[in-house]
Design a binder for this molecule. Sequence first.
Ligand code: HEC
Ligand code: HEC
Ligand code: HEC
Ligand code: HEC
Length: 128
Amino acid sequence: MNRKTEKYIAFCAGAVLFCVGVVSYAAFPKKSMERPVRIMFQTSGGNVLFLHNVHADKGNYGLDCADCHPAWSSDEAERPGSCTGCHNVENHDDGMLKRSDVLHTLCRGCHEEGGHGPVEKCTDCHVL
Ligand code: HEC
Ligand code: HEC
Ligand code: HEC
Ligand code: HEC
């Protein structure tokens, strides 16, 4: 084989591998978990509309899942689940923090720390 033929073969092999790569990527895209778009929390203090997608999407606030799902392993095979799985809706004597308290701590804590989003004004969150 002369050098020209060798180069030609190398080029063809490269092209074939590239096509296989593209086809595999398109055929088996990495599946990511279905996430809520928005969540309406119904509370005795008025409903809270939470834009989950806007908070989590890369093109928007782009926050890490772990910022808000601290108890989650980040294993995409397992959903993070509701906070109520551990934080009771009512106060119990098991010492676990109450659901609405940890949600207030989480939401307002980040807004306050970052100097963005509602903190003091109740009706900025409890809109309905
Ligand atoms: C700014 C906070 C925040 C961020 C960031 C966030 N989440 Fe959530 N997510 C929540 C809250 C609050 C709930 C509602 C939990 C409840 O109702 O008990 C929730 C609910 C969910 C649910 C529904 C519950 C379930 O297990 O089916 C899924 C799925 C979920 N989030 C996935 C994600 C993933 C994946 C990411 C990262 C890409 C993410 N979240 C980022 C706050 C957040
Ligand atoms: C698997 C159980 C589990 C789940 C699910 C869970 N947590 Fe927790 N969380 C804990 C434990 C344990 C603590 C430690 C404090 C305690 O005793 O309650 C804690 C503490 C917290 C704290 C710190 C509170 C403080 O005042 O220091 C926040 C905020 C919090 N959780 C938010 C959430 C939110 C929001 C969700 C749902 C998106 C959630 N957690 C889901 C177990 C869980
Ligand atoms: C880890 C940080 C973080 C957490 C946790 C968080 N937010 Fe936010 N939030 C933001 C940022 C960043 C903005 C954007 C503020 C801006 O651009 O002015 C925002 C804005 C908002 C706004 C006003 C604009 C909009 O998107 O509607 C509301 C309402 C809001 N957040 C509700 C919530 C609620 C409810 C929770 C808890 C379930 C929460 N946030 C938790 C970071 C956070
Ligand atoms: C950053 C958004 C945000 C702000 C600001 C906010 N809240 Fe909330 N509030 C929530 C969320 C989220 C919950 C929990 C919803 C749930 O448990 O499903 C909640 C829950 C509540 C509840 C129900 C508690 C219970 O035990 O059932 C009351 C009452 C309440 N808030 C009052 C207030 C008052 C008063 C203010 C102003 C001082 C305020 N909130 C400010 C987001 C907010």
